[in-house]
Design a protein around this ligand. Structure first.
Ligand SMILES: [Zn+2]
Length: 517
């Protein structure tokens, strides 16, 4: 008879259970010394070995020939439990069986000694599904259980278990199994089954299993069928399990590396059109940035967390300095938090985040500053002159020529053709007209009047040194108001962004200091 892999390779002893060392050590010791508790609560996500461990425990307390706390697996007791014929071991799924009558029935039979085994073991799976009255019945039996009874309650939702039950059980938490442990198990099983599973494919399956060994084995099983006797490699796994090789992050961060704002925005368009959630995009960005940082510190591929291919992560990580990655993380995180707060304009918030990634001048976070300094140091080390006119590549921070309102002549001497992709910031010429269109909102108007307004392509950039003004004007509804006023004043559409004050003369001085060093 065909047996599913996860059944065939179900752990038979505590030592076989992977990823739960803290649980198995204690259980083994209790069985060895005979200090068995009357009620256990196993909690943790699905597929982490809760019911498997419960069954091993049932065998271990009943085994006729136990070995250092482990069941022998060969005696009559072990065998009857293994093939489900032992009437003294009862498995109950509360998800389908949450009636108070079933629990009452259990309570009624408790007084009788076990028929064939040493102890009666009740395994109640998904115990959080029990009704309140079923809990009450259970509680009574847990208060004074007979000597020969052991309860093992299992749940995926610890928070739903009443405290009265919790206080009467010995609790064990089952953790998500690390991907590399699952991969090892998959490779072991493949060896036994003479399957040609390669390491890379094993890791991919293990990551998809998300901490659940059982899921890993089921996924492997479906790949075995697809491979039809051939080798099981990464591409077989990807096509069988329906993971489109996700290259969105590769494309996106490559565009960011090239400071290509239009490319970033068109990628966002594509993503948005496919009706995917923008907060998922930002989450993916965060985990991809985390992985890049991790790889740069010499971390191993099996510990990567994002859906981006390990090879892509390596390629991307080489494009950025640590400081810039830390800056990316802060921008993506801020945008994600704002998405949670605002129901509207998620797209605008995400667009602004992408623009900030490409051009750190739109952000005045400490991370942006640190990234600029690193870029400057790198430029200096490679002997690049930091005079804006002679600058061959766009380095964040270094690209800021002193373009204050009083020095416009100077900027015009150094024309923008050095950086054709990115138009120069120009003073916004219709401030008074814009303010007129804000006459119904004197509060916003006042904040605009005390800020410096610049345009850059389709962006209206509000520079303000006041954190209060920044926060009020960043509010999506207020930014929209300003955008509408700008449209009314100029006939053009602008995306409004709010940032800190424009750098003043201190910045060139700071450049000179660096140059002199
Ligand atoms: Zn045995």
């Amino acid at each position: 008879m065909y047996k599913a892999l996860y059944r065939k390779y179900r752990p038979q002893t505590f030592s076989d259970v992977i990823g739960q060392d803290h649980v198995r050590t204690v259980l083994k010791r209790q069985c060895e010394t005979g200090r068995i508790s009357h009620a256990y609560l196993f909690c943790g996500t699905r597929g982490t070995g809760k019911t498997t461990s419960a069954k091993i425990l049932a065998k271990a307390v009943n085994c006729l020939d136990p070995q250092n706390g482990e069941p022998c697996g060969k005696c009559a007791a072990c065998l009857s439990i293994e093939n489900g014929t032992a009437t003294d071991v009862l498995e109950l799924d509360a998800a389908s069986n949450n009636k108070v009558d079933d629990i009452r029935a259990i309570c009624d039979e408790l007084i009788y000694p076990p028929t064939a085994l040493k102890r009666r073991v009740y395994i109640i799976d998904e115990v959080h599904m029990l009704t309140a009255s079923a809990y009450n019945a259970l509680l009574k039996t847990l208060e004074e259980p007979p000597e020969h009874v052991v309860f093992v309650l299992a749940t995926t939702e610890l928070n739903k278990i009443p405290p009265t039950i919790l206080s009467r059980c010995q609790r064990f938490e089952f953790r998500r199994v690390p991907a590399q442990d699952i991969a090892k198990r998959l490779l072991y099983v493949s060896g036994c089954e003479q399957l040609r599973l390669d390491e890379d494919a094993a890791l991919l399956i293990a990551r998809l299993a998300d901490g659940a060994v059982r899921d890993g084995l089921s996924l492997l099983e479906s790949c075995v069928e697809a491979a039809n006797g051939g080798p099981i490699d990464r591409s077989v796994v990807a096509s069988q399990l329906g993971i489109a090789e996700d290259r969105t992050m590769l494309k996106l961060f490559k565009a960011v590396a090239g400071r290509d704002i239009p490319a970033c925005l068109s990628l966002l368009d594509e993503y948005y059109a496919s009706a995917k959630s923008l907060s998922v995009l930002l989450d993916d960005m965060l985990s991809t940035v985390r992985d890049m940082l991790y790889v740069k510190q010499g971390g191993k591929a099996e510990n990567l967390m994002s859906n981006t291919e390990p090879l892509d992560i390596k390629e991307l990580a080489a494009l950025f300095e640590n400081d810039r990655l830390a800056y990316f993380a802060s921008v993506a995180e801020e945008a994600r938090n704002r998405l949670v707060g605002y129901a509207m304009n998620k797209r605008l918030i995400t667009e602004l985040a992408l623009i900030k990634l490409c051009d750190a001048r739109f952000s005045d976070s400490p991370q942006a500053l640190a990234a600029r300094v690193t870029a400057l140091e790198k430029a200096l080390a490679s002997g690049v002159s930091l005079r804006p006119a002679a600058q061959p590549e766009r380095v964040p921070g270094a690209e800021h020529s002193p373009t204050r309102a009083e020095a416009p002549a100077k900027t015009q001497k150094e024309p923008a053709q050095a950086r054709p992709a990115e138009p120069e910031e120009k003073p916004f010429e219709y401030v008074s007209e814009l303010c007129e269109h804000l006459s119904h909102r004197s509060d916003i108007r006042k904040l605009i009047e005390t800020s410096d307004l610049f345009t850059q392509g389709g962006l209206l950039i509000i520079h303000s040194s006041s954190p209060f003004a920044q926060s009020v004007l960043s509010d999506v509804a207020n930014a929209e108001l300003v955008g509408a006023a700008a449209r009314a004043a100029t006939g053009r559409d602008y995306a409004v962004t709010v940032t800190g004050p424009r750098p003043k003369e201190s910045e060139p001085g700071f450049l000179n200091e660096l140059q002199e060093e």
